[in-house]
Design a protein around this ligand. Structure first.
Ligand SMILES: [Cu+2]
Length: 95
């Protein structure tokens, strides 16, 4: 087997493994001030079929979303979900 073929196989395996993984998305959000804000954002994300789990931290003004295996919530959808709930997205960080 050539080195190139071996590399191609390794890449294919790595890509397949990556695609099947869940994603954790952490966003910084402005405008959350109370427990009702937390519940509102949580419910908005729970309505998305890709979302496995959502946690809102009022202290750090962050929203952490974990997707189902092999699923993602793209930036546009994520931003829209926050905006439609009445808040402002500051930044998104993906793990
Ligand atoms: Cu509130």
């Amino acid at each position: 087997m050539t080195a190139f073929k071996r590399l191609a196989i390794v890449l294919a395996v790595v890509c397949t493994a990556t695609a099947a993984q869940a994603e954790t998305i952490v966003a910084s959000v402005n405008g959350m001030v109370c427990a009702l804000c937390v519940i509102g954002i949580e419910n908005s994300f729970k309505r998305l079929p890709q979302v496995q789990e959502v946690k809102v931290d009022l202290g750090t003004k962050s929203v952490t979303v974990r997707t189902k295996d092999g699923q993602t919530v793209d930036d546009a959808r994520f931003t829209r979900t926050i905006t439609n709930a009445g808040y402002k997205l500051v930044s998104i960080f993906r793990q």
